[in-house]
Design a protein around this ligand. Structure first.
Ligand code: COA
Length: 180
């Protein structure tokens, strides 16, 4: 039997923190489905199509990954995709309460599907999509926290063109991330 996990989130946009969890999740599961929640309640910077484009470009080197979107309850989606697990990253104590609540609610709905938590690697513990967006909005350097396409799209959104030096540093950072 293939072991499949859903890695759900808003991914507005995807960051290296997400990639870290995904990469480690792929060591445990045969396949990971990265699924964007279509959530009209949460105001997003990027449209779902833009987020899908960034996910596809950022994850093309990852084998055994499917990219998808879902609406409604996560647990229903997990059943529909025949997944055995939900993969979540945990950054700090502040994430715990929300994640604990969500995991228990999902467990109440379906005891067959397990939530698997991974501690986010220390260097990404302070990051989030929102704080990176805020930094990018005011011209802060974000190239070492997000994949290249995300950095480019954020700069386009906030009308900054990446300087040639920043472009080079971005490629170096990506290489550094890959080598670890
Ligand atoms: N490193 C760095 N940052 C990370 C991270 C990591 N490893 N993992 C998550 N984050 C950040 C994200 O960037 C995001 O930042 P933001 O709030 O600034 O955008 C934040 O943590 C929240 O992450 P995300 O995983 O996208 O959670 P979410 O709250 O947007 O979505 C769902 C969570 C989709 C799993 C949840 O809302 C859901 O399942 N909804 C469907 C309805 C449902 O079934 N609810 C549960 C039972 S009622």
């Amino acid at each position: 039997m293939k072991h499949v996990a859903i890695y759900p989130g808003s991914f507005d946009p995807i960051t290296y923190g997400h990639l870290d969890i995904l990469e480690r999740g792929l060591a445990l599961f045969d396949k990971v489905i990265v699924a964007i929640l279509i959530n009209p309640q949460k105001k997003a910077l990027f449209t779902v199509d833009e987020r899908l484009e960034m996910l596809k470009a950022s994850l093309e080197a990852f084998p055994n990954v499917e990219i998808d979107t879902f609406k409604g309850l996560l647990i229903d989606y997990a059943v529909q995709k025949k997944a055995q697990a939900i993969l979540r990253g945990m950054r700090a104590v502040s994430d715990f309460e929300y994640e604990f609540q969500m995991a228990l609610m999902n467990r109440k709905f379906n005891r067959e599907i397990q939530t698997v938590f991974m501690m986010t690697e220390l260097r990404w513990i302070f990051t989030s999509s929102s704080i990176i967006k805020e930094a990018a909005r005011f011209g802060g350097e974000i190239d070492d926290m997000v994949p290249r396409i995300v950095s480019r799209r954020l700069k386009e959104k906030f009308h900054q063109s990446p300087s040639p030096n920043k472009r080079i540093s971005c490629i170096k950072n990506m290489t550094r991330y890959r080598k670890k």
